[in-house]
Design a protein around this ligand. Structure first.
Ligand code: GDP
Length: 324
């Protein structure tokens, strides 16, 4: 592994090799790598924060990679530098990530102003997300001004990604009614925009009908922000339709929330929530690594399960073993 100084200089010079090596460092589980990564991140922190951070979600097959490929290419053509990251908690089980796979984004993967990185493939959702968040900082310091974070709606991953970005875009399939029934209300609550994809040609009328339904569904939800009403639009990632409008709305959102201070406030709150979530993970790790606790846990858990031990007493005993 290169020295932190070299990586620092390389990243600030926008060198891809230095960026890739730094991400490897951030993803490493070795203690000495962790320390180097923390050092690097701390030094780079003043150079982060300038990018548009956008989360993109949707069920498999909705067109996430197609849309990211097209939107990302539009953006690099307009002079932006685009990084595509992914949060795929299933990769921790399967050992491989389908998200952020370069072969899924043919144009962007050949674009020198784009950088695609698949999901880290080990750890819990919290661990995967932490690494992705740190990778986002590295990309920002390396001069990427648009970060697209892709995720698929598994469990908590959407909420986790929504909490690391400025704007959360939810892609939906056309087809109203039936589809709507299956939509998790939770994802609508965290959306800053809904885009019904596959709306070109004969798909147009079904997509428009779906958009009407989603607008109605959004209407009855409590808005995420007092300053922003999430628009519902129709797009085609395949034929590059409606994506300029999507980008314009992302820019509008940033301008409006910046003007009233909500933008900075949200980022600050995200950082603090992040600190707490990492702290919780760290405490749980040290708890599980404690040999006294590991030895005592099975019988405590059995006692709680069988109703012979109050849960509060079990917690007191575990806390006692931890010296708390
Ligand atoms: P992902 O699983 O969400 O990443 O979806 P993909 O981008 O891999 O797309 C799934 C399938 O839908 C592929 O066969 C795409 O070609 C197709 N697809 C994606 N976007 C569109 C679109 O805008 N219109 C049409 N007709 N097909 C699309």
């Amino acid at each position: 592994m290169r020295s932190v100084d070299e990586l620092y200089d390389g990243i600030l010079a926008g060198k891809r090799a230095a960026l890739a090596r730094s991400i490897t460092l951030v993803e490493s589980r070795k203690r000495e790598h962790r320390e180097q990564a923390q050092d690097l991140l701390t030094r780079l922190l003043p150079h982060t924060g300038k990018a548009r951070r956008i989360g993109i979600t949707g069920v498999p097959g909705v067109g996430k990679s197609t849309t990211i490929d097209t939107l990302g290419s539009n953006l690099t053509e307009a002079g932006h530098k685009v990084a595509v990251l992914a949060v795929d908690p299933s990769s921790t089980r399967t050992g491989g990530s389908i998200l952020g796979d370069k072969t899924r984004m043919a144009r962007l993967s050949a674009d020198r102003n784009a950088f695609i990185r698949p999901s880290p493939s080990s750890g819990t959702l919290g661990g995967v997300a932490a690494k992705t968040r740190e990778t986002m900082f590295l990309c920002e310091a390396a001069g990427f001004d648009v970060i697209l974070v892709e995720t698929v709606g598994i469990g908590q991953s959407e909420t986790t990604v929504a909490d690391m970005v400025d704007f959360f875009l939810v892609l939906m399939l056309p087809g109203a009614g039936d589809e709507l029934q299956g939509i998790k209300k939770g994802v609508l609550e965290i959306a800053d925009m809904i885009a019904v994809n596959k709306a070109e040609e004969e798909g147009a009328s079904r997509a428009k009908a779906a958009a009407v339904e989603y607008r109605a569904a959004m209407h009855i939800l409590t808005p995420k922000s007092a300053h922003w009403t999430p628009p519902v639009v129709t797009i085609s990632g395949l034929v590059n339709q409606g994506l300029d409008d999507v980008w314009q709305k992302i820019e509008d959102h940033r301008r409006i929330l910046t003007e009233n201070g909500a933008f900075e406030e949200t980022r600050r709150a995200q950082s603090v929530r992040w600190m707490w979530s990492m702290l919780e993970d760290r405490l749980m790790e040290s708890l599980k690594a404690n040999p006294d606790v590991s030895a005592a846990l099975p019988s405590l858990e059995t006692g709680v399960r069988e109703g012979t031990l109050p849960a509060s007493v079990a917690v007191d005993r575990i806390a006692g073993l931890m010296g708390l």
